[in-house]
Design a protein around this ligand. Structure first.
Ligand SMILES: [Zn+2]
Length: 114
C-alpha cells in the first residue's frame, strides 16, 4: 500500500482459528491460545471506536497542533491508534475514516474523516 515502507508501516496480525486481530505480533493467540497467528493485510479505511481530543500536545507532537488521538477499527477488524489533526467537533464513535499518511520517522499514522 505504501511502497517502500512495508517493513515499518503498522502491521496487523490475526488468529487463523478465532479471528482475533491485533497490531502486534503474538506467538500465541491471547484469545484462544492457538499458535496460528498470521499477518493480516492493513485496510486503509475503518471507523472510530474511541477518541480523545488533545488540546495541548506533548513536546513530541507540538508540531501537529491540536489533534485527536483515535483508536480506529479498520475494516479488516484490526484496531490501531492514529492521529486526526484538528478538532474533534466533527468526530464521533463510528465516524468513518481513512488512512491519510504515515510518517516512518515518527511512526505517526494519520487518519482523516471520509
Ligand atoms: Zn485465536
Amino acid at each position: 500500500m505504501v511502497e517502500g515502507n512495508e517493513k515499518r508501516f503498522p502491521r496487523c496480525f490475526r488468529c487463523d482459528d478465532c479471528n482475533w486481530h491485533g497490531a502486534s505480533f503474538r506467538a500465541i493467540c491471547p484469545a484462544c491460545n492457538s499458535a496460528k497467528i498470521v499477518e493480516a493485510s492493513i485496510a486503509d479505511k475503518g471507523e472510530i471506536v474511541d477518541f480523545v481530543p488533545v488540546r495541548f500536545p506533548p513536546d513530541s507532537l507540538k508540531d501537529v497542533g491540536p489533534y485527536v488521538s483515535a483508536l480506529v477499527k479498520l475494516n479488516n477488524g484490526c484496531k490501531i491508534f492514529g492521529i486526526i489533526s484538528g478538532s474533534s467537533e466533527q468526530l464521533s464513535i463510528g465516524t468513518q475514516v481513512s488512512i491519510r499518511s504515515f510518517d516512518p520517522e515518527s511512526r505517526r499514522l494519520y487518519f482523516e474523516p471520509i
